[in-house]
Each structure stands twice: as structure tokens, then as C-alpha cells.
Design a protein around this ligand. Structure first.
Ligand code: AP5
Length: 214
């Protein structure tokens, strides 16, 4: 199954993609995580990406498209994948379509993860991510049982640099300008299912499975 998670920054795409990935045993591919890993490892891609991410802007399409097109052709994607944070622009969506067309494949579902802007600001300020495995927590809504230590791998939990309030504001503006139009793009293809992410995370997996008819 080939799934895209769409939604505003902090709406809960990553949290839901991780749950669905485990349930369906298909890879969770987050372009944000790929860039953060490159930043951590000090690669050239990481240095370039950081200059955009720190300002809350999108990394240029030219740096993202080939990377994802290559990733989804790896053997672990044979039974599908969940794309989280890609595509984010119409040219990215077109690059994905071209890549899938070339191997005779198509997308199955586009999940629109919806939460209102006021929830988003709270979620980002309380988000903590594991510095080792990338697992995502929230100090109030989804805390680790070990405080600042990751429940899953024992790594330390950190706050993302781009979760500062002024950067969050810019990320939301960029979302509405550049990514929101993708909803209409995929609605025209009859692919969009919206899940309401305003409730707690407890019902997230069952809501997703219902949305994709699994
Ligand atoms: P990326 O890492 O993709 O960030 P994002 O889209 O802004 O999304 P987030 O990771 O912030 O949020 P999320 O929706 O996954 O929410 P989460 O599940 O963590 O991208 C970062 C940057 O990289 C971009 O700004 C850009 O510069 C660059 N980039 C990445 N991809 C790119 C691309 N394709 N093209 C160009 N540039 C690109 O949840 C948030 C918090 O809320 C968590 O703490 C969670 O525990 C909590 N939470 C989740 N659900 C609930 C709930 N129901 N109730 C209460 N709390 C909840």
C-alpha cells in the first residue's frame, strides 16, 4: 500500500505514520527525519537543508525529489511505503507521479491529518523527539514514562530547533501557501481521506485503518 500523509506542521502526521508503518509493516519515510539525520551527521545535504529549515522555509524541490524517488525504489518499499512530509509542493507531487508511472504503480491513499492551528502551536511547543531513534513524544499528551529519556531506546529527548514559536508561525504560513494546494490536487484524483487529529492519540490507529478501509 502506498500512502501519503498530508497536513500542517505539527498536526500529527509523523505520530500517525509511525503507527501505520508498524501495523502494515511498510517503511515510514519522513523527509524531515532524513534532513535531520543529515544535519546530525554534518553532510553537505544537511548543511544546505539546515539553512532553510532554521528559517521555517521549504528545502528546494531540487534537493528533495531525487532523494525520495530513489528511496521509494529501495527493496524495503516493495510492498509499499508511507510518505510523511513529501510531497509538499505541486512539482514534488508531479515528480512522485512520474516516478510511480515509470514503474506502473500508483498511490492508494492520501491521508489529510487535520488539526486546527491553535492545537498545532501547543503540540509543537510540547513536542520532544528522541535524539537517537527519532521517536516522537509530547510532554503533556504523549509523555515518555521515563521523563527526558526515550521509552523505546533510552536515548535523550530533545526539542527541535524549528519548534520555536516564531519559526512555527513561518512554517504554518509556508504550509498554507505551498502545501495546502496539494489537497485539491489529490481530491481531484479521489484519493483524499481526512482524519480528525483533534482527539487524543489513543484512537489514531483505528481512525487511520477505518480511513483506508483496512
Ligand atoms: P517535517 O519534519 O516534515 O515537519 P512538519 O511537516 O512541519 O511536521 P512535523 O514533524 O512538525 O509534525 P507532524 O505533523 O509530523 O506532527 P507530530 O506527529 O510530530 O519538516 C521539517 C522541515 O524540513 C520543513 O519545515 C522543511 O524545511 C523541511 N522539509 C521536510 N520535507 C520537505 C519537503 N518535502 N520539501 C521541502 N522541505 C522539506 O506531532 C506533533 C506533536 O503533537 C507531538 O509531540 C505529538 O506527540 C503530539 N500529538 C500528535 N497527535 C496528537 C493528538 N491527537 N493529541 C495530542 N497531541 C498529539
Amino acid at each position: 500500500m502506498k500512502v501519503i500523509m498530508l497536513g500542517a506542521p505539527g498536526a500529527g502526521k509523523g505520530t500517525r505514520a509511525a503507527l501505520l508503518s508498524e501495523k502494515l509493516s511498510i517503511p515510514h519515510i519522513s523527509t524531515g527525519d532524513i534532513f535531520r539525520a543529515n544535519i546530525k551527521n554534518g553532510t553537505e545535504l544537511g548543511k544546505l537543508a539546515q539553512s532553510y529549515m532554521d528559517k521555517g522555509e521549504l528545502v528546494p524541490d531540487s534537493l528533495v525529489c531525487d532523494l525520495v524517488v530513489d528511496r521509494i525504489q529501495q527493496p524495503d518499499c516493495e510492498n509499499g511505503f508511507i510518505l510523511d512530509g513529501f510531497p509538499r509542493t505541486i512539482p514534488q507531487a508531479e515528480a512522485l507521479k512520474e516516478a510511480l508511472d515509470s514503474i506502473g504503480e500508483k498511490l492508494d491513499h492520501v491521508i489529510n491529518v487535520y488539526a486546527p492551528d491553535e492545537h498545532i502551536v501547543n503540540r509543537m511547543s510540547g513536542r520532544r523527539s528522541c535524539s537517537q531513534c527519532g521517536a516522537v513524544f509530547h510532554v503533556e499528551f504523549a509523555p515518555s514514562s521515563k521523563g527526558d529519556i526515550c521509552d523505546k531506546c533510552g536515548g535523550s529527548l530533545i526539542q527541535r530547533d524549528d519548534d520555536k514559536p516564531e519559526t512555527v508561525k513561518k512554517r504554518l504560513e509556508v504550509y498554507y501557501e505551498q502545501t495546502y494546494p496539494l489537497l485539491e490536487y489529490y481530491e481531484k484524483q479521489g484519493l483524499v481521506k481526512t482524519v480528525d487529529a483533534t482527539g487524543g492519540v489513543e484512537t489514531a490507529l483505528s481512525d487511520l485503518l477505518k480511513a483506508i478501509g483496512a
